[in-house]
Ligand binder design. Sequence first.
Ligand code: B12
Ligand code: SF4
Length: 470
Amino acid sequence: MSLDVLFFHFPAYLPFMPPPGVNYLSTYVEEAGFRSEIMDINADLYQYDPNLWADIVQGGDTHKLADYYRNILVYVSNRSPRFIAFSAFEISYKSSMFLAELLRNEMPSVPIIVGGPDVLERRELYEDWIAQSLCHFLIEREGEEVLSRILRGEQHPLVGLVDMDLEHAPWLHRLPNIAHWYVSPLLLPVYASRGCTSRCLFCAHKVFWNGYRCKTPERMVSELDYYFNTFGVQRFYFTDMLLNGHMDWLDHFIEKLLESPRTYFWSSYFRVHPQLTCDRLFDLKQAGCVFMSLGLESHVQRLLDEFHKGTKVTDNERIVQDAADIGLILHVSFIIGFPSETPLEAVETLQFIRRHLDRMDHVEIYLYENVPHSLGFKKAMAYFENEENQAYRSRIASVYTDKLSLFNAKGGGVLSSHQIYSPDAAEIKIALMNHCQTHLLGAAQVELIAASKTDQRDMLDAAIAVLTAE
Ligand code: B12
Ligand code: SF4
């Protein structure tokens, strides 16, 4: 039987977290009656030549992939797919473009369909792909239904349809190819919702997914049960923008998980909310949540309000303290360099980070990026184009490059994913916080973590010093 569509994963992504978009798409089109396959070049390249893989991950010249890609071309030619499908991400732009060039030259009759977040975000680049015959279809936003239409040979709209019925979406059958990575047992990407209920001006997620939809909590728990029964998977990461778009949904989900005879270990993004009380955080932990990601963005209420974040700095501080005390592993992100931000406001955020550094296991600080399609794009553009504002922008950008990118590079890899997604995650973390886990991780690692936090504090101090100087 001929192959309808061959999907590709490209280098380079986190080894234990292949972006699951093509796995979901492949599952969907299979259920619609098409034969599909996924070629995971990231995983395959790692096996083929780990040094080359590492070089590409670190931004090496993708033309070094030429020999390896020749094998891929042979493989593609043997499989004779009717269509080839690429998932577009900025981090894999060059490695995917190089294969597109080879495919155009060697197999010009096989149409390439490109979809994924980068098509929406950097549409002009991919229009150029069309102009150069590097691809033939560009799909923005949700891909399932529009891809099926292309495979059926129907007229295709350029914009993906954002209307898939999540409640009846197929469960993931095409698992990511990560069995041979260092994560064992398997960690599976799942989603309970698409989109977001909020309207933060610097973000495009709501626009990408056209609002917010969720599966019912019952369906979500049955889905987890299905993965456990079929593949023996007990650890999951939710790819949702937030799991508490509706707090009553979250309560219901917790309730269903607590009723379940099994315990799953999982992580997700959450939005700060006054109802994320200490009791609710504790219930979340009881329901298997081991790792929580929060976008706090700023510790300046004026900026949170101006950018429609809809959160309170008092809740930010309380939730970080409560979640850490309970033993949830915390990943927290911040933004500095907001339009209209003053140097002292950036300092307030950095001081917040410094104050709570031991409570937050992984902190990422971003420089404000004016994301195309974000709700505040035009307003931010006007701000950045105004000459009066350029002095602060270049000052904060250089503080970011010189000091804070180093802070980010220190990372937060305190616990391995094996430890994070385990029944003992909270205990391990608490033990870590109390500096009494030498026997668990080894003295060297304890010192490393402490040293890393000290380094990060020094980097924050250096950034604060620059920003508070005349
Ligand atoms: C969960 C998530 C993460 C997780 C897990 C990542 C992973 N590898 O699984 C973590 C926190 C680790 C992460 C890290 C990063 N992420 Co991230 N992440 C997300 C998030 C919130 C959800 C992604 C997801 O899995 N969604 C569920 C799947 C099913 O959706 P999907 O992949 O978008 O696929 C759908 C459509 O896009 C479309 N589609 C996708 N491919 C194709 C192909 C075809 C042919 C078609 C027709 C359609 C199609 O159809 C799919 C189904 O509807 C998105 C935000 C978003 N908008 O979705 C950002 C997002 C993907 N991340 C982003 C970025 C930048 C990063 C980082 C580089 C951040 C950083 N500076 O470190 C790292 C890179 C990590 C890595 N190397 O893998 C960007 C990518 C931007 C871009 N232009 O490429 C996004 C879009 C957020 C943003 N706007 O900034 N991320
Ligand atoms: S920043 Fe987070 S909460 Fe705000 S709109 Fe984007 S996804 Fe939603």
